[in-house]
Design a protein around this ligand. Structure first.
Ligand SMILES: [Ca+2]
Ligand SMILES: [Ca+2]
Length: 424
């Protein structure tokens, strides 16, 4: 029964559609002219056959233009909504329509994980309306019918878009430097874009993690390992709370948006140096059993605090000890001053914090930081208890080590001393 009623309405609408309803004001030149749809039926499924049609119209004067579709129940689906248009001079306006309109929901339908911003019309017969309103409020419209068949209406759903942790500190200090973004995409041939939107409109794109993500364009779980660009040396977005957008667009042009929030704190590329590349050595010649001492200054020249760990400045190592034997093992992301001598068996065996308690600040978990724009004097010593290796004299030098990250060239082999150990 429903089908018969529908068909009847289709016939009626079809008849109406052959006549352009131009409601003109008294004596005025028509505002809206020559409205045409190149097809009265499309099958929008991205198979290349009858997927799109072309809409043309002319305007004799400036107007706000709307194009929308009415289903048999009178529900309105918007394609263009009161968009300002100048008069068309030589050429008519032309726009392609592929069945996709502003987002809408079907009766009884709700989406919790995402919003539908552009959506395919369901199969059916619609009345199309092209409507122009000039600045006096005068409105003219043209109507016709359009049949949608074989429409690809499956939505490219974005499910369970999550960001964790919700607050992170992208600064390569080894603590909450990364955020994990996950989202499940349900549809094939769909492009997925994820970005943070800045207050000034800047988009900061988040690239998928190739190790754990679905094949691009295919359904599946997409995973994003976000470091805010810091690992590649780029300054991260400014500290603050961002809305993270995940946007999916399928082959027929449907568009889905999911959002989450992410807060950046203490973001920045750590920049620290041995000030002036200068090390003050106590001597170039040390009797066996005596101590070589050094003094240098570490400068945090960046915008983010740099993390450090013990032992504190002033610590004196025996030459056969190293940071691990003192219980101060490597921690990823920590900066420490190191001393290395050519005969040493491990890289920079003797290491010290980049400052003492007078300059370092401690966070709630007990991590120590040298604040931005701060200098700290670091001293230390190595007591040579034996002469290992063949070289004597040997070169010794200082370095500033970003543990498990890098020793930048400028912070490696700083200010070498040619050291002789005096054996009795
Ligand atoms: Ca088609
Ligand atoms: Ca961090």
């Amino acid at each position: 029964m429903t089908n018969n009623r529908l068909r009847l309405r289709v016939v009626l609408l079809g008849m109406v559609g052959t006549v352009l309803l131009l409601l003109t004001g008294c004596g005025d030149k028509p505002l809206l002219l020559d409205v045409t749809f190149s097809k009265d039926r499309i099958t929008p499924n991205a198979d290349g056959q009858d997927d799109v049609l072309r809409i043309q119209y002319r305007l004799s004067r400036s107007a706000e233009l709307s194009i929308y579709f009415l289903d048999p129940e009178g529900n309105r689906y918007v394609f263009r909504d009161h968009e300002p248009r100048a008069p068309s001079a030589e050429e008519p306006y032309a726009v392609y329509f592929s069945g996709v309109v502003d987002g809408y929901t079907l009766p009884g339908e709700t989406f919790e994980d995402f919003a539908v911003t552009r959506r395919m019309l369901q199969d059916g017969v619609y009345t199309w309306v092209v409507e122009a309103t000039d600045e006096t409020g005068h409105t003219e419209r043209a109507t016709g019918t359009l049949t949608i068949e074989e429409a690809d209406t499956a939505l490219p759903e974005l499910l369970n878009f999550t960001v964790s942790p919700p607050v992170f500190t992208p600064n390569r200090d080894g603590i909450s430097d990364r955020a994990r973004l996950n989202v499940f995409l349900t549809k094939e041939d769909t492009s997925l874009t994820v970005y943070l939107l800045g207050e000034d409109g800047t988009r900061y794109h988040v690239e998928p993690d190739e190790r754990t993500t679905a094949v691009e364009g295919e359904p599946g779980l997409y995973s994003f390992d976000y470091d805010a660009g810091v690992d590649l040396g780029a300054e991260p977005p400014p500290d603050g709370t961002y809305i993270v957008y995940a946007e999916a667009q399928d082959a027929v042009g449907q568009h889905i948006v999911a959002t989450a929030t992410l807060t950046l704190e203490n973001g920045g590329v750590p920049k620290a140096y041995i000030y002036l590349g200068e090390v003050e050595w106590s001597s170039t010649s040390v009797p066996l059993g005596e101590t070589l001492t050094f003094t240098l200054t570490v400068e945090n020249d960046g915008t983010t605090p740099i993390r450090t760990s013990g032992p504190p400045p002033g610590t004196v190592y025996d030459s056969d000890q190293n940071y691990a034997t003192l219980g101060e093992t490597i921690q990823s992301g920590v900066f420490r001053v190191g001393i290395h001598c050519e005969n040493a068996l491990v890289n920079y065996p003797w290491r010290w914090a980049v400052g003492d308690e007078s300059v370092l600040v401690e966070d709630e978990e007990g991590h120590l930081y040298l604040p931005p724009d701060t200098r700290a004097v670091v001293t230390g010593g190595v007591r040579f208890v034996d002469v290992e290796g063949a070289r004597n004299p040997q070169y010794c030098w200082a370095g500033l080590i970003h543990e498990d990250v890098e020793i930048s060239q400028v912070n490696d082999r700083v200010d070498p001393v040619f050291l002789f150990i005096e054996v009795p």
